[in-house]
Design a binder for this molecule. Structure first.
Ligand code: AMP
Length: 552
């Protein structure tokens, strides 16, 4: 569909901050209808017009219809504008799973402000990096989450980040400004003049990354909206679909597979605070949940609990599992134990998402992590010289398509490494492309630890560890773990008395690093093994400390 208004079709696809899709490619995506030419704010209006009284979101005591969600997004947009936030502003958004998150996200879209999505678990180091990279004008957070007072972090950010003008708090604001998602008071202004266009930058998503600081993926209204619609069509979701999101909503997968795809289908989104199986099973029974997404570690916890639960799980149709590799033996047990269809999936904040369909061949449903959701997705599997490898051989996966970014945000030096000249994203994942287009994950080339689906950049942790006064050299490697897939082990060569793991964790906490990046173990070594080229030999190191050297 091509928008009637040519001014709206003339979208901004490249800016000094990031590279967009070439014009002819963008035109094609729009002509075939993958890009619908609607902003996310307009999409919400459409969903609310189509089924105003259907329940859109359930979270704690909140239960909002599409009409209510639409109204709250409108009033939030006006309140944000009242607080001085403008079209084009970057706003670091850090909230736990909640209906408020959804209303605020769409309020920001309506205003044309750009949410920078932080995980609730992020701390000073990450939040400050997001604020600085994007020149954010506002930090938007909850009061206290898991014992951590975000208002204190807001104080620090306002002191240290020059671009930051305000902090907005959901809940008890302390001395900051409060942001309420309550319906409008009598006479209160609702809505704003919407100036965003479909090709504009809509939001910035956290990339797992391998570099010193996390990178941000710039997503447009067109492309991000399409990723949810493509999923809804491929799964398929319907208006009777009830999805449960229990993983942290700041990740692209819960955001798209859970929220966006559900809304596109006109279904209901149920939010849980954590993936704890006891709480989630109650929600499954109460809300008649049909679909949910888990990482392998939480799937294992659910499967341990399922035989003992009194909750009625019979409404569950599908359990999507991804984020890290699901062991085939475990994969075989999912359906008998949870009584729902296993749907392996893979995805990345940079875009590409794939999953197995309900009627895919049994072997592929167990062995592979799925196939891409859009006919517009292009995948290549290449060797170290960027030559395509034969089918079913292992190589690095490159991806391009209507919802896979062409560059990171304000990171040109990383772009040179992470994207090919013709616009493919280098995923850093080693895969086999099997007949039928199924992707089997086989390891990775990127220097990253996948701890229960949370990605940890080895380099980021190493740079913090190296700041310790009694550490001369440090290398972070993954070691296998039956529940998490991998744990994070830091190998250090000390200068003087070696710090223990607890001292190191305290040191990293003090430096403001998120808790999920803390090393699980610390190995003290006299020296680190090196390759023939003199680089630290991570494969050898990983084997030396109990790992396998790679993912296989
Ligand atoms: P993120 O951007 O945090 O979602 O991380 C994306 C990365 O997670 C991918 O590039 C893969 O390395 C990894 N990943 C996602 N799904 C799977 C899966 N099903 N099996 C193995 N690795 C996965």
């Amino acid at each position: 569909m091509i928008p009637d208004d040519p001014a709206r079709a003339a979208v901004v696809r490249s800016t000094p901050d990031f590279v967009g899709w070439p014009d002819d490619v963008a035109r094609h995506y729009r002509e075939v209808g993958w890009w619908a030419g609607r902003t996310l704010g307009e999409e919400l209006r459409g969903w609310a017009t189509r089924a105003p009284d259907h329940t859109a979101v359930v979270s704690g005591d909140d239960r909002w219809t599409y009409r209510e969600l639409d109204l709250r997004a409108d009033v939030v947009a006006a309140r944000l504008e009242e607080a001085g936030i403008r079209h084009g502003d970057a706003v670091v958004l850090q909230l736990p799973n909640s209906a408020a998150f959804v209303a605020i996200l769409f309020g920001l879209f309506r205003l044309g402000a750009r949410p920078v999505i932080a995980l609730a678990a992020h701390r000073r180091s990450e939040v400050e990096h997001f604020c600085r990279t994007t020149d954010a004008t506002a930090y938007l957070c909850a009061d206290v989450v898991d014992g951590f007072d975000h208002r204190g972090l807001a104080d620090e950010m306002l002191e240290t980040v020059p671009s930051l003008r305000t902090a907005l708090v959901v809940g008890d604001p302390g001395h900051h400004r409060r942001l309420s998602t309550a319906p409008p008071a009598p006479g209160e202004r609702i809505g704003v003049v919407e100036r965003a266009r479909p090709g504009d930058l809509a939001l910035l998503l956290l990339s797992g990354g391998t570099t010193g600081q996390p990178k941000l993926g710039p997503r447009t209204h067109d492309d991000w909206s399409y990723s949810g619609r493509a999923m809804a069509e491929a799964i398929p979701y319907e208006s009777t679909t009830v999805t449960l999101v229990s993983l942290a909503i700041g990740h692209n997968w819960p955001l798209t597979h859970g929220m966006l795809a559900t809304f596109h289908a006109g279904g209901t989104l149920v939010l849980a605070e954590t993936p704890d199986p006891v709480d989630c099973f109650e929600l499954v029974e109460r809300e008649r949940v049909t679909d949910t997404g888990l990482v392998p570690g939480t799937a294992l916890l659910w499967m341990d609990e399922a035989p003992w639960t009194r909750a009625d799980l019979s409404s569950l149709r599908r359990v999507a599992i991804g984020g890290s590799k699901l062991d085939p033996e475990l994969a075989r047990q999912v359906e008998p134990v949870l009584g729902a269809r296993l749907q392996q999936m893979f995805g990345m904040a940079e875009g590409l998402i794939g999953f197995v369909r309900d009627d895919d061949p049994e072997e592929m449903r167990i062995r592979s992590q799925g196939r891409p959701v859009s006919p517009g997705d292009e995948i290549r599997v290449v060797d170290a010289d960027d030559h395509d490898v034969p089918e079913a051989e292992v190589g690095e996966m490159l991806a391009r398509g209507p919802y896979t970014i062409r560059s990171y945000y304000r990171a040109p030096e990383h772009d040179r490494r992470s994207f090919t000249r013709d616009g493919y994203y280098r995923t850093g994942d080693l895969v086999r492309l099997l007949p039928g287009g199924f992707v089997e994950f086989a390891g990775r080339v990127k220097d990253q630890i996948n701890r229960g689906g949370e990605k940890i950049s080895a380099q980021e942790v190493e740079s913090h560890v190296m700041a310790h006064p009694r550490i001369r050299q440090a290398a972070v490697v993954g070691v296998p773990d039956t529940v998490l897939g991998e744990r994070c082990c830091v190998c250090v060569v000390p200068s003087g008395r070696a710090p223990g793991v607890n001292e190191l964790r305290a040191f990293l906490t003090e430096r403001g690093l998120a808790a999920y990046k803390m090393p699980d173990a610390c190995e003290i070594l006299d020296s680190l093994p090196v390759t023939a080229l003199g680089k630290i030999d991570k494969a050898a190191l990983s084997v030396a400390v109990g790992g396998r050297g790679d993912d296989e």
